[in-house]
Design a protein. Structure first.
Length: 416
């Protein structure tokens, strides 16, 4: 069967591209297959986000399957590769592949995870550790290096501190050496400290690896159609979603050097479909993409981290406005608010245009989503502080930022 467009991958980006093209009058086929994990976890259409990622992570329940896979030979004028990726479990750690689980398996466990070790330091590791601890699981994170490496480290240190205060154990600068299943069903984990070389043993009910994701490109034989992949990441090299083969395109997590975020894949898929249908020439803008990490204390951000801004524009050309604040809703439950923190990173040479905004506190995603458009439009610090706030909200704390880092004043703000 021949189609105008064949989309390989039925995740968020692939379905968005397919539906957009179909709505514009093109004949479209979606080809999808999910290889079960070692533990047999599988799902239908919808991809990681819908089935075992963003949605169940936040709602804590299994998402419904959206449909059935297609299994037949198809051809098309154009092809879109949107196969995404799967969690990486190392082959060089004895027992890991046979005994450990991934985030794909977490929401299909038949019983409460119990005492669990999460190996990894990215957002999936921290988010899962946060809600598992929150539902009463004895939770530990084993981090080989710094947590959330690509994010602003001031914010990250506060996230980690908050999680530790809420019962999550961090085993720092360490990595597992082997995993052995004991006669009582417990998992024995031997691990090593990377700095001291010292070794230790601990026992868990479950071990989960969250050390990154590998693109699902291995079985596509991309080299036979001249689609180049990065030698290390194995992800597809593309410019404006165009691969090195003229009629093959790629979107989403499978792209090398682009954010692994569901809304990014969806938007890129829609824009690509419109270009392929000759109704638009708009390209995806991969800069200033807002995101939120759903740790117990949510972290929302857009733009540069402070370190990246200084590296890109020089430290002398950067001003930071920041403040700690007390959310009103925390006072009712008498929750600890000392890690709630905001920073705006400004470029001095461009009228203090805000190039990075970071918010740590309740409903961070809702707050940053509202400010994302402003940053995309080039909002300056002067425009920000001359905006009228909505009182009483956490979002208004952003437009009340008055303390610069260069002033040396304390960022601890009291009162309204």
């Amino acid at each position: 069967t021949h189609y105008d467009l064949v989309v390989v991958g039925g995740g968020s980006g692939g379905l968005a591209c397919a539906k957009e093209a179909s709505g514009l009058g093109k004949t479209v086929a979606v080809v999808d297959f999910v290889e079960p994990t070692v533990h047999g976890t599988k799902w239908g259409l919808g991809g990681t986000c819908v089935n075992v990622g963003c949605i169940p992570k936040k709602l804590m329940h299994q998402a419904a399957l959206l449909g059935q896979s297609l299994h037949r030979i198809v051809s098309g004028d154009n092809y879109v590769i949107a196969v995404g990726g799967r969690p990486r479990i190392p082959d060089n750690i004895p027992g890991a592949r046979e005994l450990a689980i991934s985030s794909d398996d977490l929401f299909s466990l038949k019983k409460k995870p119990g005492k669990i070790l999460i190996v990894g330091a990215g957002y999936i590791a921290l988010e899962c550790a946060g809600f598992l601890s929150g539902i009463g699981c004895d939770t530990s994170i084993m981090a080989r290096s710094v947590c959330l490496r690509s994010f602003d480290q001031d914010m990250v240190s506060l996230i980690v501190k908050n999680m530790e205060e809420h019962g999550v154990t961090f085993i720092r600068k360490s990595q597992p050496l082997n995993i052995i299943k004991m006669s009582d069903g417990k998992l024995q984990v031997e691990y090593e400290n990377n700095e001291t070389g010292s070794r230790d043993i601990e026992f868990y009910d479950n071990v989960m690896f969250a050390i990154g994701r590998d693109p699902s490109t291995t079985n596509l034989k991309l080299d036979t159609v001249n689609v180049k992949t990065h030698p290390e990441s194995k992800k597809i090299i593309a410019e404006n979603e165009q691969t090195t083969c003229p009629n093959i395109f790629a979107i989403g997590d499978v792209l090398h050097g682009q954010p692994e975020l569901t809304p990014v894949a969806i938007h890129a898929g829609k824009l690509l479909a419109r270009r392929l249908c000759n109704v638009s020439s708009a390209q995806m803008d991969y800069t200033q993409i807002p995101t939120t990490i759903f740790t117990p204390l949510e972290y929302g951000c857009i733009g540069f981290s402070e370190a990246k801004a200084e590296e890109t524009f020089s430290k002398e050309n950067i001003e930071v406005y920041h403040a700690f604040y007390s959310p009103l809703e925390y006072s009712v439950a008498q929750r600890n608010y000392k890690e709630c923190y905001i920073k705006a990173i400004c470029l001095k040479s461009d009228s203090e245009r805000i190039i990075g905004l970071h918010f740590l506190g309740p409903n961070a995603g809702e707050v940053i989503q509202g400010f994302a458009t402003a940053l995309k439009c080039g909002v300056t610090y002067d425009q920000l502080i001359n905006t009228i706030g909505i009182h009483p909200t956490c979002a208004e704390e952003i437009i009340k930022l008055r303390i610069s880092r260069s002033s040396g004043e304390s960022p601890i703000v009291t009162g309204c």
